[in-house]
Design a binder for this molecule. Structure first.
Ligand SMILES: C[S@@+](CC[C@H](N)C(=O)[O-])C[C@H]1O[C@@H](n2cnc3c(N)ncnc32)[C@H](O)[C@@H]1O
Length: 220
């Protein structure tokens, strides 16, 4: 479907169990996140740039071409890069404005992306659907089981995000500790997978110092 949303789940729907207080709290958090990111993406310019993430670009040769899911796609730079390299891409995000920009950029680049407006906390990733799942600069630990189930046997996950020590660099980025990885945490999260690449530490990339962990791992 061309950049379609028609058959997608309802916008940011919250599904699943939980007490009504829990659900209310989740909804409030989700609304806050959505507002925050919509505001960030409102400008005409691309807040995160149009160029794909460097790690994804560098490691493209390790990734099996096929059906890909880009989690928290933002303005779509990584999803579009993958589509340009032959992947059939589903791109999920909570920000309608980000997804609008994703569709615009996809059109500009002449590729097709399926954009899905959803809260990833509630989004049901279809089991064994994807050859590749990409999770860049987004951390929701509750998603891990869904990511693992969503991959086909032999499918690959690409994951990169900030480590807790990033905050000590005082170069911006998130502040809430729950959005940061602990030392070696990313490795542990994918225990049982075949690690094709792993690094963690402070790196200078795109002219900036970042404390990050990056992983490519294959489902056995
Ligand atoms: C730092 S951006 C990363 C964007 C993209 N992965 C990239 O590297 O360009 C984080 C993204 O997470 C999205 N996001 C935050 N909470 C979300 C949620 N609960 N469900 C889906 N997306 C969410 C935001 O809208 C934003 O686009």
């Amino acid at each position: 479907m061309k950049n379609g949303q028609k058959n997608n789940p309802p916008p940011c729907g919250l599904t699943g169990g939980g007490t009504s207080d829990n659900l209310k709290e989740k909804r409030a958090t989700m609304k806050r996140d959505q507002k925050r990111w919509d505001k960030r993406f409102k400008e005409k310019a691309f807040a995160l740039g149009k160029e794909a993430n460097l790690f994804l670009k560098r490691k493209l040769h390790l990734l099996p071409v096929g059906r890909a899911l880009d989690l928290a796609t933002g303005e779509g730079r990584n999803a579009i890069f993958l589509a340009q390299h032959g992947f059939e891409v589903d791109a999920v995000d909570i920000s309608e404005i980000g997804l609008r920009k994703t569709r615009r950029l996809a059109k500009e680049k002449g590729v097709r992306i399926r954009t899905i407006l959803a809260d990833l906390d509630a989004y049901p990733i279809e089991k064994e659907r994807y050859d590749l799942i990409v999770n860049l600069y987004f951390l929701n630990r509750r998603l891990l089981p869904k990511i693992k189930k969503g991959l086909r046997k032999g499918g690959t996950v690409v994951f990169e995000t900030y480590l807790l020590e990033h905050r000590d660099l005082h170069v911006g980025g998130p502040t809430n500790p729950k959005y940061f990885l602990n030392p070696n945490e990313l490795l542990t999260l994918f225990r049982g997978f075949r690690i094709l690449f792993y690094r963690e530490g402070i790196f200078r990339e795109g002219g900036k110092r970042k404390a990050i962990a990056s992983l490519i791992a294959q489902k056995p």
